[in-house]
Design a protein around this ligand. Structure first.
Ligand SMILES: C=C(O[C@H]1C=CC=C(C(=O)O)[C@@H]1O)C(=O)O
Length: 345
């Protein structure tokens, strides 16, 4: 059976599956659950592929690897990618809502202890009959460095994305956390300068992560510029080691998630602002996903993603707001980020 057949079969039977391809890899991996999960029948630390929401008070979904069929396949890299330019179809009311939301965020930062808040929006689009696997293949071809995935669970519907951000990788007790933030459009060079607002919004992420895990003997890299599709971001890597008697990976994730790359600073103030002011539910956008195994795990932040429901997709995009933000620029940044998914539809 081909991967497409496995996908069709699991969708028909409403059984969870995930198909993913890591950055710089040509092989994709699929885990297809064979039968409905028997609640409570598994060990808490059983190896799984986890799909966690933004709001850590909400339930995470998982596919238990031991109950799933594993398929390794070649991803299509020679796929004809349409170079057509996306026609801007700015919906005036969406622009207005987002610009006002950002202004409210800036006012709140100026008048309280809030220092950064990541504000997002949801863009809906009619797409007709979308073939999830072809869309996945298009994402693999267009975004070779991204973690590309296609996920389905009856409790979440179909999600897919091409994220540039790893939350944490763990191997032999050594871990690697990515601090990614700040955005500008790529114009054929990595030699760009970054403004004060961008450097500060990224530094907030580095400082927060370093502070949360400073008991793990960490090393923080220099900040450098990375390309993600047609965008550039600032990145730093924080490496450390989990000692034998320290808490496990899940506790470490709880300290980190959500970082100021997706929520803000201080975390609880920013989260309250988001939950009270964004006009949609983030669900799994800015949550995290990936393989969780004792000893070796690889988790990514769910960015540049969309949810598919029948003939409609919802694309989720946001950006970090600080005291120096310009509301119009923040809007345009979300338009640029939305193209990452719109380019493959
Ligand atoms: C929240 C998003 O991106 C984050 C990651 C990189 C750059 C970001 C920024 O420039 O605001 C965000 O922190 C998103 O893509 O929806």
């Amino acid at each position: 059976m081909s991967i497409s057949n496995f996908i069709d079969e699991n969708l028909k039977k409403e059984l969870p599956f995930v198909v993913f391809r890591k950055g710089e890899h040509s092989k994709g991996i699929g885990y297809f659950q064979k039968e409905p999960e028997n609640e409570g029948s598994f060990e808490l630390d059983a190896p799984r592929f986890v799909f966690a929401p933004f709001n850590n008070e909400h339930e995470s979904l998982s596919i238990l690897l031991q109950n799933a069929k594993k398929e390794v396949f070649d991803t299509e890299t020679n796929l004809e990618i349409s170079k057509k330019q996306i026609v801007e179809e700015t919906i005036v009311s969406e622009r207005e809502y987002h610009v006002n939301l950002v202004r409210k965020g800036i006012d709140s930062i100026k008048g309280s202890d809030l220092r950064k808040v990541v504000l997002a929006r949801k863009e809906q689009k009619e797409v007709g009959d979308l073939d999830p696997f072809i869309t996945f293949q298009k994402m693999c071809a267009r975004y070779p460095n991204a973690f590309v995935y296609l996920w389905y669970h009856p409790n979440s519907n179909i999600w897919m994305g091409a994220t540039p951000e790893r939350l944490i990788a763990l191997k032999n007790n050594k871990f690697d956390v990515m601090a990614l933030a700040a955005t500008q459009e790529y114009t054929n060079t990595l030699e760009v300068s970054w403004g004060t607002k961008e450097r500060e919004e990224h530094q907030f992420v580095v400082d927060y992560i370093s502070d949360k895990i400073n008991d793990f003997n960490i090393e923080v890299s220099k900040t450098y510029t990375v390309k993600a599709g047609s965008l550039l971001h600032l990145r730093a890597d924080i490496e450390g080691e989990i000692s034998k008697d320290s808490e496990g990976l899940e506790a470490l994730i709880n300290r980190l998630h959500p970082t100021p790359a997706t929520c803000g600073l201080p975390k609880e103030l920013a989260k309250d602002f988001i939950l009270n002011n964004e006009n949609f539910n983030r669900e799994f956008y800015t949550g995290f996903l990936g393989e969780l195994r004792p000893g070796t795990s690889d988790l990514y932040v769910n960015l540049r993603c969309m949810k598919v429901e029948g003939t409609k997709v919802s694309i989720f995009v946001g950006g970090g707001v600080t005291k120096d933000s310009d509301s119009e620029k923040e809007w345009l940044e979300t338009v640029a980020k939305a193209k990452v998914m719109r380019n493959v539809l």
